[in-house]
Design a protein around this ligand. Structure first.
Ligand SMILES: Cc1cc2nc3c(=O)[nH]c(=O)nc-3n(C[C@H](O)[C@H](O)[C@H](O)COP(=O)(O)OP(=O)(O)OC[C@H]3O[C@@H](n4cnc5c(N)ncnc54)[C@H](O)[C@@H]3O)c2cc1C
Ligand code: FES
Ligand code: FES
Length: 499
Protein backbone atom coordinates (compact mmCIF):
# COMPACT_ATOMS: atom_id res chain seq x y z
CA UNK A 1 0.00 0.00 0.00
CA UNK A 2 1.38 3.40 -0.97
CA UNK A 3 1.47 5.93 1.85
CA UNK A 4 1.60 8.87 -0.54
CA UNK A 5 -1.09 10.36 -2.72
CA UNK A 6 -0.19 11.65 -6.17
CA UNK A 7 -2.22 14.16 -8.11
CA UNK A 8 -1.76 17.14 -10.39
CA UNK A 9 -2.16 20.67 -9.11
CA UNK A 10 -2.27 23.41 -11.71
CA UNK A 11 -0.41 21.16 -14.15
CA UNK A 12 2.37 20.13 -11.78
CA UNK A 13 2.65 16.76 -10.06
CA UNK A 14 2.14 16.80 -6.28
CA UNK A 15 3.08 13.99 -3.92
CA UNK A 16 1.61 14.35 -0.44
CA UNK A 17 2.08 12.16 2.62
CA UNK A 18 2.04 12.30 6.42
CA UNK A 19 -0.93 14.65 6.82
CA UNK A 20 -4.15 13.80 8.65
CA UNK A 21 -6.59 11.84 6.49
CA UNK A 22 -9.38 14.31 7.20
CA UNK A 23 -7.46 17.30 5.82
CA UNK A 24 -9.65 19.13 3.36
CA UNK A 25 -8.38 20.30 0.00
CA UNK A 26 -9.29 23.91 0.84
CA UNK A 27 -7.27 23.94 4.06
CA UNK A 28 -4.32 22.33 2.33
CA UNK A 29 -4.43 24.76 -0.60
CA UNK A 30 -4.67 27.82 1.59
CA UNK A 31 -2.51 26.83 4.56
CA UNK A 32 0.15 24.59 3.01
CA UNK A 33 0.41 25.80 -0.57
CA UNK A 34 -0.61 29.38 0.22
CA UNK A 35 -2.96 29.35 -2.74
CA UNK A 36 -5.50 31.68 -1.22
CA UNK A 37 -7.55 32.42 -4.33
CA UNK A 38 -10.06 29.72 -3.32
CA UNK A 39 -12.07 31.26 -0.48
CA UNK A 40 -13.84 29.83 2.53
CA UNK A 41 -17.36 31.23 2.80
CA UNK A 42 -19.39 28.57 4.56
CA UNK A 43 -17.22 25.48 4.91
CA UNK A 44 -20.23 23.26 4.19
CA UNK A 45 -20.65 23.06 0.43
CA UNK A 46 -23.30 25.77 0.16
CA UNK A 47 -21.70 28.96 -1.16
CA UNK A 48 -19.24 27.79 -3.84
CA UNK A 49 -16.53 30.34 -2.89
CA UNK A 50 -14.08 27.43 -2.63
CA UNK A 51 -14.91 25.92 -6.04
CA UNK A 52 -12.00 24.28 -7.84
CA UNK A 53 -12.09 22.04 -10.90
CA UNK A 54 -11.16 18.38 -10.60
CA UNK A 55 -10.50 16.46 -13.82
CA UNK A 56 -11.19 12.74 -13.54
CA UNK A 57 -11.44 9.89 -15.99
CA UNK A 58 -14.64 7.88 -15.89
CA UNK A 59 -15.02 4.11 -16.27
CA UNK A 60 -14.78 4.47 -20.06
CA UNK A 61 -11.59 6.56 -19.83
CA UNK A 62 -13.26 9.85 -20.79
CA UNK A 63 -12.07 12.95 -18.94
CA UNK A 64 -14.64 15.16 -17.26
CA UNK A 65 -13.92 18.48 -15.53
CA UNK A 66 -15.96 18.70 -12.35
CA UNK A 67 -16.62 21.76 -10.22
CA UNK A 68 -15.96 20.67 -6.63
CA UNK A 69 -16.36 22.36 -3.25
CA UNK A 70 -12.79 22.14 -1.93
CA UNK A 71 -14.01 22.81 1.64
CA UNK A 72 -15.59 19.34 1.92
CA UNK A 73 -13.23 17.35 -0.31
CA UNK A 74 -10.69 15.21 1.54
CA UNK A 75 -7.15 15.19 0.17
CA UNK A 76 -7.14 11.41 -0.32
CA UNK A 77 -10.00 11.78 -2.83
CA UNK A 78 -7.63 13.53 -5.22
CA UNK A 79 -5.46 10.50 -5.98
CA UNK A 80 -4.89 10.33 -9.75
CA UNK A 81 -6.88 13.47 -10.53
CA UNK A 82 -5.92 16.86 -11.88
CA UNK A 83 -6.92 19.83 -9.73
CA UNK A 84 -7.10 23.33 -11.18
CA UNK A 85 -7.53 26.33 -8.91
CA UNK A 86 -8.13 29.94 -9.86
CA UNK A 87 -4.35 30.46 -9.79
CA UNK A 88 -3.91 27.70 -12.38
CA UNK A 89 -6.08 29.02 -15.19
CA UNK A 90 -3.75 31.91 -16.04
CA UNK A 91 -2.97 31.50 -19.75
CA UNK A 92 0.67 30.72 -20.49
CA UNK A 93 2.76 31.16 -23.63
CA UNK A 94 3.75 33.97 -25.99
CA UNK A 95 0.29 34.16 -27.60
CA UNK A 96 -1.57 34.09 -24.28
CA UNK A 97 -3.82 36.94 -23.09
CA UNK A 98 -3.34 38.32 -19.57
CA UNK A 99 -6.57 36.83 -18.30
CA UNK A 100 -8.37 33.58 -19.03
CA UNK A 101 -11.58 34.12 -21.04
CA UNK A 102 -13.60 33.02 -17.97
CA UNK A 103 -11.98 35.88 -16.02
CA UNK A 104 -12.10 38.42 -18.83
CA UNK A 105 -15.88 38.11 -19.24
CA UNK A 106 -16.32 38.93 -15.54
CA UNK A 107 -14.25 42.09 -16.02
CA UNK A 108 -16.07 43.05 -19.21
CA UNK A 109 -19.50 42.56 -17.66
CA UNK A 110 -18.71 44.05 -14.23
CA UNK A 111 -19.44 40.70 -12.58
CA UNK A 112 -17.32 41.34 -9.49
CA UNK A 113 -17.50 43.80 -6.60
CA UNK A 114 -15.87 42.72 -3.33
CA UNK A 115 -14.52 39.74 -5.26
CA UNK A 116 -14.97 37.16 -2.53
CA UNK A 117 -17.23 34.94 -4.61
CA UNK A 118 -15.52 35.69 -7.92
CA UNK A 119 -12.91 32.88 -8.02
CA UNK A 120 -15.68 30.36 -7.34
CA UNK A 121 -17.88 31.71 -10.14
CA UNK A 122 -14.94 31.75 -12.53
CA UNK A 123 -14.09 28.14 -11.70
CA UNK A 124 -17.69 27.01 -12.22
CA UNK A 125 -17.59 28.70 -15.63
CA UNK A 126 -14.19 27.16 -16.31
CA UNK A 127 -15.54 23.63 -15.65
CA UNK A 128 -18.43 24.24 -18.05
CA UNK A 129 -16.06 25.76 -20.59
CA UNK A 130 -13.74 22.72 -20.43
CA UNK A 131 -16.67 20.30 -20.78
CA UNK A 132 -18.17 22.35 -23.61
CA UNK A 133 -21.62 22.31 -21.99
CA UNK A 134 -23.74 24.27 -19.53
CA UNK A 135 -23.11 27.75 -20.93
CA UNK A 136 -26.14 27.95 -23.19
CA UNK A 137 -29.18 29.89 -22.06
CA UNK A 138 -30.88 26.79 -20.63
CA UNK A 139 -27.80 25.66 -18.72
CA UNK A 140 -26.23 28.77 -17.20
CA UNK A 141 -28.44 29.00 -14.12
CA UNK A 142 -27.72 25.39 -13.21
CA UNK A 143 -24.01 25.87 -13.91
CA UNK A 144 -23.88 28.80 -11.49
CA UNK A 145 -26.52 27.74 -8.93
CA UNK A 146 -23.87 26.50 -6.49
CA UNK A 147 -22.19 29.92 -6.25
CA UNK A 148 -23.60 32.65 -4.06
CA UNK A 149 -22.79 36.35 -4.41
CA UNK A 150 -23.78 38.90 -1.78
CA UNK A 151 -22.79 42.05 -3.72
CA UNK A 152 -23.10 42.08 -7.45
CA UNK A 153 -26.49 40.62 -8.17
CA UNK A 154 -26.58 37.76 -10.56
CA UNK A 155 -27.46 39.57 -13.78
CA UNK A 156 -23.93 40.73 -14.70
CA UNK A 157 -22.50 37.34 -13.74
CA UNK A 158 -25.02 35.50 -15.90
CA UNK A 159 -24.26 37.96 -18.71
CA UNK A 160 -20.57 37.20 -18.30
CA UNK A 161 -21.19 33.46 -18.55
CA UNK A 162 -23.39 34.01 -21.61
CA UNK A 163 -20.52 35.80 -23.34
CA UNK A 164 -18.37 32.69 -23.05
CA UNK A 165 -20.51 30.84 -25.57
CA UNK A 166 -19.37 33.10 -28.35
CA UNK A 167 -15.68 32.95 -27.38
CA UNK A 168 -13.11 30.72 -29.00
CA UNK A 169 -13.66 27.38 -27.25
CA UNK A 170 -10.11 26.07 -27.37
CA UNK A 171 -7.49 28.76 -27.93
CA UNK A 172 -3.91 27.46 -28.37
CA UNK A 173 -2.87 28.15 -24.76
CA UNK A 174 -5.79 26.04 -23.57
CA UNK A 175 -4.96 23.22 -25.99
CA UNK A 176 -1.44 23.16 -24.58
CA UNK A 177 -2.73 23.16 -20.99
CA UNK A 178 -5.07 20.28 -21.68
CA UNK A 179 -2.60 18.10 -23.51
CA UNK A 180 -0.10 18.62 -20.67
CA UNK A 181 -2.81 17.71 -18.18
CA UNK A 182 -3.60 14.50 -20.09
CA UNK A 183 0.12 13.56 -20.27
CA UNK A 184 0.53 14.05 -16.54
CA UNK A 185 -2.60 12.07 -15.73
CA UNK A 186 -1.17 9.16 -17.75
CA UNK A 187 2.15 9.54 -15.97
CA UNK A 188 0.75 9.31 -12.44
CA UNK A 189 -1.84 6.58 -13.13
CA UNK A 190 -1.34 3.35 -11.14
CA UNK A 191 -3.43 0.58 -9.61
CA UNK A 192 -2.17 0.51 -6.02
CA UNK A 193 -4.24 1.07 -2.94
CA UNK A 194 -3.19 4.32 -1.29
CA UNK A 195 -3.39 5.65 2.21
CA UNK A 196 -3.00 9.18 3.47
CA UNK A 197 -2.77 9.75 7.17
CA UNK A 198 -1.08 10.27 10.48
CA UNK A 199 -1.67 8.87 13.97
CA UNK A 200 -4.91 10.83 14.32
CA UNK A 201 -6.71 9.94 11.09
CA UNK A 202 -6.03 7.59 8.19
CA UNK A 203 -7.79 7.81 4.81
CA UNK A 204 -7.58 4.60 2.80
CA UNK A 205 -8.39 4.44 -0.90
CA UNK A 206 -8.55 0.78 -1.96
CA UNK A 207 -8.01 0.14 -5.64
CA UNK A 208 -10.25 -2.94 -6.05
CA UNK A 209 -13.57 -4.24 -4.73
CA UNK A 210 -11.81 -7.17 -3.03
CA UNK A 211 -9.40 -4.84 -1.21
CA UNK A 212 -12.26 -2.56 -0.23
CA UNK A 213 -14.29 -5.47 1.21
CA UNK A 214 -11.28 -6.94 3.03
CA UNK A 215 -10.21 -3.53 4.38
CA UNK A 216 -13.70 -2.74 5.62
CA UNK A 217 -14.22 -6.19 7.15
CA UNK A 218 -10.93 -5.78 9.02
CA UNK A 219 -12.00 -2.35 10.32
CA UNK A 220 -15.80 -2.29 10.46
CA UNK A 221 -15.59 0.84 12.62
CA UNK A 222 -14.01 2.76 9.74
CA UNK A 223 -16.20 5.43 8.19
CA UNK A 224 -17.06 4.73 4.57
CA UNK A 225 -16.61 7.85 2.44
CA UNK A 226 -18.11 8.21 -1.03
CA UNK A 227 -18.53 11.84 -2.20
CA UNK A 228 -18.11 13.31 1.32
CA UNK A 229 -20.97 15.75 0.81
CA UNK A 230 -22.31 14.49 4.14
CA UNK A 231 -19.14 13.18 5.80
CA UNK A 232 -17.17 16.34 4.92
CA UNK A 233 -19.55 18.37 7.06
CA UNK A 234 -19.08 16.02 10.02
CA UNK A 235 -15.48 17.23 10.00
CA UNK A 236 -15.87 20.90 9.12
CA UNK A 237 -19.04 21.66 11.07
CA UNK A 238 -19.24 19.04 13.82
CA UNK A 239 -15.51 18.59 14.48
CA UNK A 240 -16.09 14.85 14.58
CA UNK A 241 -13.02 12.70 14.85
CA UNK A 242 -12.83 9.68 12.56
CA UNK A 243 -9.75 7.55 13.17
CA UNK A 244 -10.12 5.69 9.88
CA UNK A 245 -11.94 6.42 6.64
CA UNK A 246 -12.25 4.09 3.68
CA UNK A 247 -13.13 5.55 0.29
CA UNK A 248 -15.26 3.97 -2.46
CA UNK A 249 -14.16 6.40 -5.18
CA UNK A 250 -10.96 4.73 -6.37
CA UNK A 251 -12.46 1.27 -6.98
CA UNK A 252 -12.91 0.86 -10.73
CA UNK A 253 -15.61 -1.83 -10.29
CA UNK A 254 -17.64 0.64 -8.21
CA UNK A 255 -17.92 3.15 -11.04
CA UNK A 256 -20.35 3.20 -13.93
CA UNK A 257 -24.03 2.54 -14.51
CA UNK A 258 -24.58 -0.81 -16.20
CA UNK A 259 -27.62 -2.72 -17.36
CA UNK A 260 -28.14 -5.90 -15.38
CA UNK A 261 -31.23 -7.83 -16.52
CA UNK A 262 -34.27 -5.67 -15.83
CA UNK A 263 -32.29 -3.14 -13.75
CA UNK A 264 -29.84 -0.31 -14.00
CA UNK A 265 -27.05 -1.20 -11.64
CA UNK A 266 -25.48 1.81 -9.96
CA UNK A 267 -22.20 1.30 -8.14
CA UNK A 268 -21.06 3.04 -4.93
CA UNK A 269 -18.78 5.49 -6.75
CA UNK A 270 -21.40 6.76 -9.20
CA UNK A 271 -22.15 10.43 -8.64
CA UNK A 272 -25.57 11.97 -9.04
CA UNK A 273 -24.37 13.80 -12.10
CA UNK A 274 -23.04 10.61 -13.70
CA UNK A 275 -26.27 8.67 -13.08
CA UNK A 276 -28.59 11.46 -14.09
CA UNK A 277 -28.84 10.91 -17.81
CA UNK A 278 -29.62 7.21 -17.56
CA UNK A 279 -32.06 7.35 -14.67
CA UNK A 280 -33.87 10.47 -15.74
CA UNK A 281 -34.49 9.29 -19.32
CA UNK A 282 -38.26 9.22 -19.79
CA UNK A 283 -38.81 10.36 -16.19
CA UNK A 284 -39.02 14.16 -16.28
CA UNK A 285 -39.98 14.44 -12.61
CA UNK A 286 -36.90 12.49 -11.61
CA UNK A 287 -34.79 14.81 -13.77
CA UNK A 288 -36.29 17.91 -12.18
CA UNK A 289 -35.78 16.74 -8.60
CA UNK A 290 -32.19 15.87 -9.46
CA UNK A 291 -31.71 19.28 -11.03
CA UNK A 292 -32.77 20.75 -7.71
CA UNK A 293 -30.57 18.33 -5.71
CA UNK A 294 -27.89 20.52 -4.11
CA UNK A 295 -25.77 22.23 -6.74
CA UNK A 296 -23.63 21.02 -9.62
CA UNK A 297 -20.71 20.94 -7.18
CA UNK A 298 -22.67 18.68 -4.80
CA UNK A 299 -24.00 16.47 -7.60
CA UNK A 300 -20.52 16.13 -9.08
CA UNK A 301 -19.11 14.64 -5.85
CA UNK A 302 -22.12 13.19 -4.01
CA UNK A 303 -23.18 9.66 -4.90
CA UNK A 304 -26.52 7.91 -5.33
CA UNK A 305 -25.42 5.14 -2.92
CA UNK A 306 -24.30 7.72 -0.34
CA UNK A 307 -27.78 9.27 -0.39
CA UNK A 308 -29.25 5.85 0.41
CA UNK A 309 -26.59 4.66 2.85
CA UNK A 310 -26.85 7.76 5.04
CA UNK A 311 -30.41 6.71 5.91
CA UNK A 312 -31.62 10.29 6.09
CA UNK A 313 -35.42 10.63 6.36
CA UNK A 314 -35.23 13.72 4.15
CA UNK A 315 -32.96 12.47 1.37
CA UNK A 316 -34.42 13.15 -2.05
CA UNK A 317 -33.66 9.83 -3.68
CA UNK A 318 -35.26 7.26 -1.34
CA UNK A 319 -38.93 8.22 -1.96
CA UNK A 320 -38.41 8.34 -5.73
CA UNK A 321 -36.48 5.08 -5.84
CA UNK A 322 -38.92 3.28 -3.53
CA UNK A 323 -41.77 4.39 -5.79
CA UNK A 324 -39.86 2.91 -8.72
CA UNK A 325 -39.42 -0.39 -6.78
CA UNK A 326 -35.63 -0.09 -6.61
CA UNK A 327 -33.56 -2.57 -4.65
CA UNK A 328 -30.34 -2.30 -2.74
CA UNK A 329 -27.48 -4.81 -2.80
CA UNK A 330 -25.25 -5.22 0.25
CA UNK A 331 -21.88 -6.95 0.26
CA UNK A 332 -19.32 -8.07 2.79
CA UNK A 333 -16.18 -10.16 2.32
CA UNK A 334 -18.17 -13.36 1.79
CA UNK A 335 -21.77 -12.22 1.74
CA UNK A 336 -24.03 -10.66 -0.81
CA UNK A 337 -27.71 -9.97 -0.35
CA UNK A 338 -30.40 -7.91 -1.93
CA UNK A 339 -33.56 -6.34 -0.59
CA UNK A 340 -36.35 -3.96 -1.51
CA UNK A 341 -35.08 -0.46 -0.81
CA UNK A 342 -37.89 0.32 1.65
CA UNK A 343 -36.78 -2.62 3.83
CA UNK A 344 -33.28 -1.15 4.17
CA UNK A 345 -34.49 1.68 6.41
CA UNK A 346 -35.23 0.28 9.86
CA UNK A 347 -35.42 3.31 12.12
CA UNK A 348 -33.94 6.78 12.49
CA UNK A 349 -30.22 6.42 11.80
CA UNK A 350 -30.52 2.61 11.62
CA UNK A 351 -30.29 0.67 8.41
CA UNK A 352 -30.35 -3.08 7.77
CA UNK A 353 -26.57 -3.32 7.33
CA UNK A 354 -24.40 -5.75 9.30
CA UNK A 355 -20.86 -4.95 10.49
CA UNK A 356 -18.48 -5.17 7.54
CA UNK A 357 -21.28 -4.86 4.97
CA UNK A 358 -21.47 -1.95 2.59
CA UNK A 359 -23.89 -0.81 -0.10
CA UNK A 360 -22.59 -2.54 -3.20
CA UNK A 361 -25.19 -1.29 -5.67
CA UNK A 362 -28.54 0.29 -6.23
CA UNK A 363 -30.78 -1.53 -8.68
CA UNK A 364 -33.34 0.62 -10.44
CA UNK A 365 -35.88 -0.98 -12.80
CA UNK A 366 -35.28 -0.10 -16.43
CA UNK A 367 -38.97 -0.43 -17.35
CA UNK A 368 -40.82 2.74 -18.23
CA UNK A 369 -43.00 4.10 -15.42
CA UNK A 370 -45.56 6.31 -17.17
CA UNK A 371 -47.46 7.03 -13.93
CA UNK A 372 -44.37 7.94 -11.90
CA UNK A 373 -44.31 11.42 -10.39
CA UNK A 374 -42.08 13.10 -7.82
CA UNK A 375 -42.61 16.25 -5.78
CA UNK A 376 -40.00 18.02 -3.69
CA UNK A 377 -41.25 20.60 -1.20
CA UNK A 378 -38.54 22.77 0.29
CA UNK A 379 -38.39 26.26 1.78
CA UNK A 380 -36.20 27.48 -1.07
CA UNK A 381 -36.96 26.10 -4.52
CA UNK A 382 -33.38 25.41 -5.58
CA UNK A 383 -30.44 24.19 -3.51
CA UNK A 384 -32.40 23.17 -0.41
CA UNK A 385 -33.12 20.00 1.51
CA UNK A 386 -36.72 18.73 1.41
CA UNK A 387 -39.29 19.43 4.07
CA UNK A 388 -41.52 16.83 2.41
CA UNK A 389 -40.63 14.66 -0.54
CA UNK A 390 -43.09 12.43 -2.37
CA UNK A 391 -42.39 9.73 -4.95
CA UNK A 392 -45.51 8.10 -6.38
CA UNK A 393 -46.16 5.34 -8.89
CA UNK A 394 -49.26 3.37 -9.78
CA UNK A 395 -50.11 0.63 -12.27
CA UNK A 396 -53.37 0.88 -14.15
CA UNK A 397 -55.28 -1.81 -16.01
CA UNK A 398 -58.75 -1.65 -17.51
CA UNK A 399 -59.33 1.81 -16.02
CA UNK A 400 -58.57 0.62 -12.47
CA UNK A 401 -55.57 1.07 -10.24
CA UNK A 402 -53.97 -2.34 -9.77
CA UNK A 403 -50.91 -1.42 -7.69
CA UNK A 404 -49.69 1.65 -5.84
CA UNK A 405 -46.40 2.77 -4.37
CA UNK A 406 -46.61 6.07 -2.47
CA UNK A 407 -43.36 6.86 -0.71
CA UNK A 408 -42.59 9.89 1.43
CA UNK A 409 -39.57 11.56 2.94
CA UNK A 410 -39.86 14.01 5.84
CA UNK A 411 -42.98 12.35 7.23
CA UNK A 412 -41.44 9.77 9.55
CA UNK A 413 -38.10 8.73 11.05
CA UNK A 414 -37.24 6.95 7.81
CA UNK A 415 -38.27 7.23 4.16
CA UNK A 416 -41.50 5.25 4.21
CA UNK A 417 -44.36 3.95 2.09
CA UNK A 418 -47.87 5.10 2.96
CA UNK A 419 -49.46 1.67 3.35
CA UNK A 420 -52.99 2.84 4.22
CA UNK A 421 -53.05 5.42 1.43
CA UNK A 422 -51.81 2.81 -1.03
CA UNK A 423 -54.56 0.40 0.11
CA UNK A 424 -57.13 3.13 -0.51
CA UNK A 425 -55.96 3.45 -4.09
CA UNK A 426 -55.66 -0.17 -5.13
CA UNK A 427 -58.84 -1.35 -6.86
CA UNK A 428 -60.19 2.19 -7.27
CA UNK A 429 -61.14 3.51 -10.69
CA UNK A 430 -58.71 5.99 -12.23
CA UNK A 431 -60.64 9.06 -11.15
CA UNK A 432 -60.30 11.32 -8.13
CA UNK A 433 -62.28 9.04 -5.76
CA UNK A 434 -59.31 6.86 -4.91
CA UNK A 435 -56.88 9.77 -4.59
CA UNK A 436 -59.22 11.59 -2.20
CA UNK A 437 -59.53 8.47 -0.08
CA UNK A 438 -55.75 8.02 -0.16
CA UNK A 439 -55.16 11.62 0.93
CA UNK A 440 -57.58 11.14 3.82
CA UNK A 441 -55.90 7.85 4.82
CA UNK A 442 -52.50 9.52 5.24
CA UNK A 443 -53.32 10.44 8.85
CA UNK A 444 -53.25 6.72 9.65
CA UNK A 445 -49.88 6.34 7.97
CA UNK A 446 -47.88 9.18 9.49
CA UNK A 447 -47.51 11.28 12.61
CA UNK A 448 -44.88 13.77 11.36
CA UNK A 449 -42.82 15.95 13.66
CA UNK A 450 -42.22 19.70 13.69
CA UNK A 451 -38.68 20.89 13.10
CA UNK A 452 -36.75 23.77 11.53
CA UNK A 453 -37.91 22.78 8.04
CA UNK A 454 -41.67 22.53 8.65
CA UNK A 455 -44.34 22.06 11.27
CA UNK A 456 -46.11 18.73 11.69
CA UNK A 457 -49.35 20.33 10.51
CA UNK A 458 -47.73 21.74 7.38
CA UNK A 459 -46.25 18.34 6.58
CA UNK A 460 -49.61 16.61 7.04
CA UNK A 461 -51.39 19.09 4.78
CA UNK A 462 -48.81 19.21 2.09
CA UNK A 463 -48.47 15.41 1.92
CA UNK A 464 -52.22 15.03 1.46
CA UNK A 465 -52.17 17.75 -1.18
CA UNK A 466 -49.41 16.03 -3.07
CA UNK A 467 -51.54 12.91 -3.40
CA UNK A 468 -54.44 15.03 -4.67
CA UNK A 469 -52.13 16.82 -7.07
CA UNK A 470 -50.84 13.46 -8.28
CA UNK A 471 -54.42 12.33 -8.89
CA UNK A 472 -55.26 15.52 -10.76
CA UNK A 473 -52.25 15.16 -13.00
CA UNK A 474 -53.03 11.54 -13.86
CA UNK A 475 -56.74 12.03 -14.36
CA UNK A 476 -56.44 15.35 -16.17
CA UNK A 477 -58.65 17.05 -13.56
CA UNK A 478 -58.07 20.77 -13.66
CA UNK A 479 -56.26 22.18 -10.64
CA UNK A 480 -58.59 24.61 -8.81
CA UNK A 481 -57.37 28.17 -8.71
CA UNK A 482 -56.41 28.91 -5.12
CA UNK A 483 -55.43 32.34 -3.88
CA UNK A 484 -53.85 33.84 -0.81
CA UNK A 485 -50.83 32.81 1.23
CA UNK A 486 -50.95 29.17 2.23
CA UNK A 487 -54.01 28.47 0.13
CA UNK A 488 -52.14 26.01 -1.99
CA UNK A 489 -51.38 24.06 1.16
CA UNK A 490 -54.90 23.45 2.37
CA UNK A 491 -56.40 20.05 1.58
CA UNK A 492 -59.83 21.43 2.48
CA UNK A 493 -59.55 24.03 -0.25
CA UNK A 494 -58.31 21.45 -2.67
CA UNK A 495 -61.15 19.12 -1.82
CA UNK A 496 -63.58 22.02 -2.22
CA UNK A 497 -62.14 22.72 -5.61
CA UNK A 498 -62.51 19.11 -6.56
CA UNK A 499 -66.05 18.70 -5.27
C1 LIG B 1 -24.73 21.95 -0.04
C2 LIG B 1 -25.40 20.61 0.05
C3 LIG B 1 -26.63 20.43 -0.55
C4 LIG B 1 -27.27 19.19 -0.45
N1 LIG B 1 -28.48 19.05 -1.05
C5 LIG B 1 -29.12 17.87 -0.95
C6 LIG B 1 -30.40 17.70 -1.56
O1 LIG B 1 -30.91 18.61 -2.22
N2 LIG B 1 -31.02 16.52 -1.39
C7 LIG B 1 -30.47 15.49 -0.67
O2 LIG B 1 -31.08 14.42 -0.57
N3 LIG B 1 -29.26 15.60 -0.10
C8 LIG B 1 -28.57 16.76 -0.22
N4 LIG B 1 -27.34 16.91 0.36
C9 LIG B 1 -26.76 15.80 1.12
C10 LIG B 1 -25.77 14.93 0.35
O3 LIG B 1 -25.27 15.60 -0.78
C11 LIG B 1 -26.37 13.62 -0.15
O4 LIG B 1 -26.92 12.88 0.92
C12 LIG B 1 -25.37 12.77 -0.92
O5 LIG B 1 -26.05 11.90 -1.78
C13 LIG B 1 -24.46 11.95 -0.02
O6 LIG B 1 -23.60 11.19 -0.87
P1 LIG B 1 -22.04 11.18 -0.67
O7 LIG B 1 -21.51 10.30 -1.72
O8 LIG B 1 -21.50 12.54 -0.61
O9 LIG B 1 -21.93 10.47 0.76
P2 LIG B 1 -20.86 10.60 1.90
O10 LIG B 1 -20.94 11.93 2.54
O11 LIG B 1 -19.54 10.15 1.43
O12 LIG B 1 -21.47 9.49 2.88
C14 LIG B 1 -22.78 9.62 3.43
C15 LIG B 1 -23.08 8.47 4.40
O13 LIG B 1 -23.23 7.26 3.69
C16 LIG B 1 -22.23 6.31 4.08
N5 LIG B 1 -21.84 5.63 2.86
C17 LIG B 1 -21.49 6.19 1.67
N6 LIG B 1 -21.34 5.24 0.73
C18 LIG B 1 -21.59 4.05 1.32
C19 LIG B 1 -21.61 2.70 0.87
N7 LIG B 1 -21.34 2.39 -0.39
N8 LIG B 1 -21.93 1.73 1.75
C20 LIG B 1 -22.22 2.04 3.04
N9 LIG B 1 -22.21 3.29 3.53
C21 LIG B 1 -21.90 4.29 2.68
C22 LIG B 1 -21.15 7.13 4.76
O14 LIG B 1 -20.42 6.36 5.71
C23 LIG B 1 -21.98 8.21 5.42
O15 LIG B 1 -22.58 7.71 6.59
C24 LIG B 1 -26.66 18.12 0.26
C25 LIG B 1 -25.39 18.30 0.83
C26 LIG B 1 -24.76 19.53 0.72
C27 LIG B 1 -23.40 19.71 1.33
S1 FES C 1 -16.72 27.46 1.49
FE1 FES C 1 -18.80 27.55 0.92
S2 FES C 1 -18.97 25.88 -0.44
FE2 FES C 1 -16.97 25.69 0.31
S1 FES D 1 -18.73 40.19 -5.50
FE1 FES D 1 -18.88 40.27 -3.35
S2 FES D 1 -19.71 38.33 -2.82
FE2 FES D 1 -19.83 38.40 -4.95
Amino acid sequence: MRETITFILNNRVERVSGIAGDTTLLNWLRQTRRLTGSKEGCGEGDCGACTVVVARRDASGRTGWHPVNACIQFMGMLEGTSVTTIEGIRPEGPDAPALHPCQQVMVDRHGSQCGFCTPGFVMSMFAAWCNGSGLDEAGIDDTLAGNLCRCTGYRPIVDAASDLVVRDIQPPFEQRRRSREAELMDEIAHQDTVCLGDDRCRFIAPASAAEFAAGYAASPDATIVAGATDVGLWVTKQNRHMAKMIWTGRVAEFDGVTKSGAHWRIGPAVTHQAALQTLAAGRPDFAEVMRRFGSLQVRSSGTMCGNIANGSPIGDLPPMLIALAAEVELSGVSSNRRMALEDFFLDYGKQDRAAGEYVRALLVPVAAAPHFRAYKISKRFDQDISAVMGGFNISVSGGRITAARLAFGGMAATPKRAAMAEAALVGAPLDMTGFKAAAAALDDDFAPISDMRASAEYRRQVAANLILKYGMELTGTSVPRLTGPGAALSPDLLREGLA
